[in-house]
Design a protein around this ligand. Structure first.
Ligand code: SF4
Length: 371
């Protein structure tokens, strides 16, 4: 596409963004720390879910220094429900690098941003452009969709060749002279979020509808090409709710494992088709009558069923964990699925958790019996 056409598209996008940008808390600042935190939270998570998390985070940890100093348990608690906990661990490693290795000065150069733990090309581009107004491209799922339709880029947008092409288009657009990179990149994100939707895009309201290849050719449904499907993996876990008076046995997941540092009820994975889970449960003995709570949730391509049983201990050999009241447990960072179990136990014991947390992707709890 000619430079002139690129300029026309970039101008329309930024003008549209100036009129239509949502008032989001992280858009009220150019503080790179705030931009960075918002971008990490927004990965895999919807804007409306992120807003309360972001506001709470910035109240608790308003600076990169505060983040670097904060204990991991407190950070995980602030993040509880957003999932993908590796993001926040990497982010704290990056915060410590900024504070200890750069005297608290946030990197401005794209390459320096990219060198931070957990910061990839997209996040580095977002911080460089939004906070420092540098012409660094961004390409996430929304922007891929917009660009592949607008320029008619066929093929899997995550495949190497097509992806390279899309990055090049994003770079061309954000590099148009006289355009504010910050506004251009946010316009692309916003257009993908509000107008160029995956299904039923609102083309009539689109500022670049006259330039759009897919719309002109009446082939919007063909772009972007669907990514090859990853086969679904069904998994089943059973959790043991063992009580000692008003306390329950809970344990912290080891560091280095998925969701390391988060708390959960003791649990095991069993084959999906197991007819009688009672046979698989030593050192726990589960009470008759089936699970009192079922939680279904999805992590990447894993479709997980977690069933919680009342249980007693047969022996204590090798037992790992801590006995906590519901209130004490409520103050600990739990995995989203086990948080649901904790809520069911709280109702069952008529003992409030007293710790509001709103999971981002709340797993579905079905068939809960709390009598
Ligand atoms: S015209 Fe439609 S398909 Fe094309 S960029 Fe705009 S919203 Fe997307």
């Amino acid at each position: 596409m000619s430079h002139r056409n690129m300029r026309r598209i970039a101008t329309k996008l930024t003008a549209w963004f100036a009129r239509n940008a949502r008032d989001l808390p992280w858009r009220r600042t150019r503080d790179p720390y705030a931009v960075w935190i918002s971008e990490i939270m927004l990965q895999q998570t919807q804007v409306k879910t992120v807003i309360p998390y972001f506001e709470r985070w910035m109240r608790a940890l308003p600076t990169v220094e505060a983040f670097a100093r904060a204990p991991l348990a407190g950070i995980l608690k602030l993040w509880e429900g957003l999932g993908y906990y590796r993001r926040v661990r990497n982010a704290q490693a990056a915060a410590r690098h900024i504070v200890n290795g750069r005297a608290g000065r946030f990197p401005e150069a794209f390459e320096d941003l990219l060198a931070l733990p957990g910061v990839g090309r997209y996040t580095a581009g977002a911080i460089a452009s939004i906070a420092f107004n540098q012409p660094a491209p961004i390409l996430d799922g929304n922007v891929m969709r917009v660009l592949s339709r607008l320029f008619g880029v066929a093929g899997n947008p995550r495949g190497k060749a097509v992806n390279t092409k899309l990055w090049a288009l994003a770079r061309e657009l954000v590099s148009v002279r006289g355009i504010e990179p910050s506004q251009l990149n946010q316009a692309l994100m916003e257009l993908g979020a509000l107008v160029c939707l995956p299904r039923q895009p609102k083309c009539a309201a689109c500022p670049v509808r006259r330039d759009c290849f897919a719309r002109r050719e009446k082939r919007v449904g063909e772009f972007p090409a669907p990514a090859p499907r990853t086969p679904v993996r069904r998994r089943r876990f059973i959790a043991f709710v063992v009580r000692r008076g008003v306390r329950c046995l809970v344990r912290r997941r080891p560091h280095g494992e998925v969701n390391g540092g988060l708390w959960e009820f003791p649990n095991i994975e069993i084959p999906v088709n197991t007819k009688n889970p009672a046979a698989k449960t030593a050192p726990y003995s589960i009470a008759p009558g089936g699970p009192f709570c079922r939680v279904r949730h999805t992590i990447t391509n894993n479709r997980i069923l977690l069933e919680a049983f009342r249980a007693t201990l047969i022996h204590q050999r090798g037992l790992r964990g801590a006995w906590k009241t519901i209130e004490e447990a409520g103050r600990l960072p739990f995995t989203s699925a086990h948080r649901k179990v904790l809520e069911a136990v709280s109702v069952m014991l008529k003992s409030p958790i007293n710790s509001p947390a709103t999971p981002a992707k709340s797993p579905r709890c079905s068939g809960c019996r709390t009598d």
